[in-house]
Design a protein around this ligand. Structure first.
Ligand SMILES: C[S@@+](CC[C@H](N)C(=O)[O-])C[C@H]1O[C@@H](n2cnc3c(N)ncnc32)[C@H](O)[C@@H]1O
Ligand code: SF4
Length: 458
């Protein structure tokens, strides 16, 4: 194994912490925010017609619930549930375009879930056309979706490509049968390989595979075998997420046998193994948990310091605003975050009654914007040049955030970051603890009460 990092060191930094797909993170959104505030954000967006957009659509339906799942997913046996959902998405899009106008330029469209390929062909075409009619989807737009290979076929992925998707993400998690049993997700290797090959044959520009480390039943040996097989497939990108065990948010996770789950240092070693294997196989380690082929756009963006991070994860096509549709979707419009009702009945009732289904959100203050700039820069580019804020704020970061940066010396002493008069850089060791470094700039951490809602950083 590459870098030796002692167990006590890992334990010291293994704290609950955000993944910073946004700043401030959702638990900090404590002020009332609802339809009125979102309408104001959309009115501001209407006044900036040239700004490009990203769009997220949440499709919650799944064939069966996996125990380990941390996503907002639901299993519905009700006939017509998907069609009814799409009727409401259509209505929701209509409410938004009534306020911002139709034909706005979209550079990124992502369908997440749940399981977007739960939709049949007619439903998929319908949903895509809702966006094509209401927006101007750029010819170069990244149009992506997440699929569950268990319910996919090579024909379905060929159809998805033909329909207009150019990037696809396959949920694999782990090939080991014992692990699959422990997470309530039997997934035949053959089927996954056939669907993967189908994606290649269909000509997708990018094929991504999702893995999770720290799942029950995983061992260094078994995960090493899964990683070897994935590398053999040669996907363009891999996301290897740390298993977030948050049964207080996702009660289904109570079915996970935690006694066979590696934690702390043992879990950390699973990730070190992942890093070693992918970097030796010529993948670039992107941000905290992604790997991409050197020639992939994500790697190029990292080299050019042009990587971005938003609610969908790491991105290469920056759009200043993101609209979200469907239950639980989180948007980012004119310096306001807005989240839709996360429960189907709440979202349904609001949209059916002609109300924007936003139940939670946050208006970013000037301090939030400053900290967001620095935190996201660190999460993407693994450095914080002091000059980053000069243009927008007329002062360097180390003057503007001098208070927060008082938390830096112990991290520098521990070898997580280096500092000089140009700025802060994450070290090779610090790569594993970027979130811990970012946390010193977070003005909200530690202010909440009750159970920590974040998963741990390791
Ligand atoms: C919406 S799912 C992917 C699509 C499809 N539903 C499937 O399962 O194949 C998104 C991804 O989130 C990751 N994920 C789900 N639950 C997680 C958890 N508790 N901790 C970490 N990652 C998780 C998995 O890698 C999963 O593939
Ligand atoms: S992991 Fe995917 S298929 Fe399983 S419950 Fe979650 S969203 Fe659904």
């Amino acid at each position: 194994m590459g870098l030796h990092i002692p167990a006590e060191f890992v334990d010291k930094y293994n704290q609950p912490g955000p993944r910073y797909t946004s700043y401030p993170t959702v638990p900090a959104w404590t002020e009332p925010f609802g339809e009125t505030e979102y309408r104001e954000a959309l009115a501001d967006l209407a006044a900036r017609p040239a700004d490009e957009l990203a769009i997220y659509l949440h499709l919650p339906f799944c064939a069966k619930h996996c125990f380990y799942c941390g996503c907002n997913a639901l299993v519905s046996k009700e006939k017509g549930a998907v069609d009814r959902y799409l009727d409401l998405v259509e209505k929701e899009i209509g409410m938004v375009t009534d306020l911002i106008g139709t034909g706005r330029r979209v550079v990124q469209l992502h369908w997440g879930g749940g399981t977007p390929n739960y939709l049949n062909e007619a439903q998929t075409d319908r949903a895509l056309n809702l966006f094509r009619t209401a927006f101007d989807l750029a010819p170069t737009a990244e149009v992506s979706l997440e699929i569950d290979p268990r319910i996919a076929t090579p024909e379905q992925v060929a159809f998805l490509h033909e329909a207009g998707f150019n990037r696809i993400s396959l949920g694999v998690q782990d090939f080991e049968v014992k692990v699959q049993e422990a997470i309530g997700r039997r997934q035949s290797r053959d089927k996954t390989l056939r669907v993967y090959q189908g994606c290649r044959d269909a000509g997708f520009e990018g094929v991504n595979i999702d893995l999770v480390y720290g799942l029950p039943g995983q061992t260094q040996e078994s995960f090493s075998a899964t990683l070897g097989e994935i590398i053999g497939l040669s996907p363009d990108r891999v996301a290897c997420f740390s298993y977030a065990h948050v049964p207080w948010v996702r009660p289904e996770q109570n079915k996970v046998d935690t006694s066979i789950m590696l934690e702390g240092y043992d879990k950390f070693q699973l990730f070190q193994l992942t890093v070693d294997k992918f970097t030796h196989a010529n993948y670039t380690w992107i941000g905290i948990d992604h790997f991409a082929k050197h020639e992939d756009e994500l790697s190029v963006a990292l080299r050019n310091k042009a990587l971005h991070r938003n609610f969908m994860g790491y991105a290469t096509k920056p759009a200043p605003h993101m609209l979200a549709f469907g239950m639980s979707g989180i948007g980012d419009v004119c310096d306001r975050f807005a989240q839709n009702d996360a429960e189907l009945p709440g979202w349904t009732d609001a949209v059916a009654a002609g109300r924007l289904p936003v139940v939670k959100g946050h208006v970013l203050s000037e301090d939030d914007k400053l900290r967001r700039l620095t935190i996201l820069n660190l999460m993407c580019n693994l450095e914080l040049p002091w000059a980053l804020t000069e243009q927008a704020y007329g002062k360097p970061v180390n003057e503007l955030l001098a208070d927060s940066l008082q938390g830096l010396p112990p991290l520098v002493e521990d070898g997580l970051a280096e500092v000089d008069d140009q700025g802060l850089r994450i070290t090779a060791k610090g790569r594993y603890f970027v979130r811990n470094v970012a946390m010193i700039m977070d003005a909200y951490l530690g202010k909440g009460k009750g159970k920590p809602i974040f998963s741990r950083t390791v």
